[in-house]
Design a protein around this ligand. Structure first.
Ligand code: RET
Length: 278
């Protein structure tokens, strides 16, 4: 499946509707456009935030910035591919003959999912990262999850069902692993950070859960062009939650822990006011 995915960049053609209404075409167009803006702006924010947090948390901010930069690039490619796949004729959008290439999305996940896992582990400073090879188990399972999902994305509905089911096995394994580790990590944190850690766990479950739901839409009675629109909008919402919003939560944790490490109270300025130091 991994080879199918990589070769799919050039070869695979996703079946897309021959015509779309202006509303359908623009919905996807605008969601992609919004995602480019969200990824680009949050990349600047995360890169700049590195100097605001303590040295222990800088890796997490850097990884956050990388994740949204990679995603911003891929959304640019997906956006262009979508734009080129249709031309406006008599008020409707008709297929131009240029295939819509959705493999960018899967290649994006292949890169960003392991990075997101690293970000989570880094910001919470999970001890199991060294002792039990947690990160490797997560990385291998996530590569399997994505590679197994792709053949179903470009295949028939039956293929979609079976590949989707296969992909759900590593998906459940990842959630099960993280749920336990994040729960244990949260209980070790100071009260201020506990709430954020719990929210991180919930956001992870909630945003990751949107992907298989979007994938399943064509099997849930939503058909034709509405299914294509639903899948693209669903993935885009999930990506904005799982990358920029998740990164903001990681930033909040990093800032709070930096304050704690410095022994600052709630009201102290994080950076000492230089005029007050004299
Ligand atoms: C697929 C196929 C159907 C079954 C499942 C899937 C799960 C995908 C997930 C993707 C997560 C991506 C993230 C990207 C952020 O950068 C592949 C749709 C379970 C969980 C978090």
């Amino acid at each position: 499946p991994l080879l199918v995915l990589l070769s799919g960049l050039g070869l695979a053609q996703k079946a897309i509707p021959a015509t779309l209404s202006a509303r359908q075409f623009s919905t996807v167009y605008n969601f992609f456009s919004f995602a480019i803006a969200a990824m680009g702006a949050s990349a600047i924010f995360f890169f700049l935030s590195r100097s605001e947090v303590g040295p222990k948390y800088r890796l997490a901010m850097l990884v956050s910035g990388l994740v949204v930069s990679i995603a911003g690039y891929h959304y640019l490619r997906i956006f262009n591919s979508w734009d080129a796949a249709y031309t406006l004729k008599d008020g409707a959008y008709v297929f131009s003959g240029q295939p819509f290439n959705d493999a960018y999305r899967y290649v994006d996940w292949l890169l960003t999912v392991p990075l997101l896992l690293l970000e989570t582990v880094a910001v919470l400073a999970l001890p199991a990262i060294q002792s039990r090879g947690l990160i490797w188990r997560l990385v291998i399972a996530s590569a399997l999850m994505i590679a197994l999902g792709y053949p179903g994305e470009i295949g028939t509905l039956t293929a979609r069902f079976w590949w989707g089911l296969a992909s759900t096995v590593p998906f459940v394994y990842i959630l099960w692993l993280l749920w336990g580790e994040l729960g244990r990590a949260a209980s070790r944190q100071k009260p201020e950070v506990q709430l954020y850690s719990r929210n991180m766990k919930l956001l992870l479950l909630f945003s990751w859960g949107v992907y298989p739901i979007a994938y399943a839409l064509p099997m849930l009675g939503i058909t034709g062009s509405e299914a294509v629109i639903g899948v693209q909008v669903g993935y885009t919402i999930a990506d904005v939650l799982a990358k920029p919003i998740f990164g903001l939560l990681a930033y909040a944790i990093a800032i709070t822990k930096t304050r704690q490490d410095l022994g600052l109270s709630e009201d102290d300025e994080l950076v000492p006011n230089p005029t007050a130091v004299t």
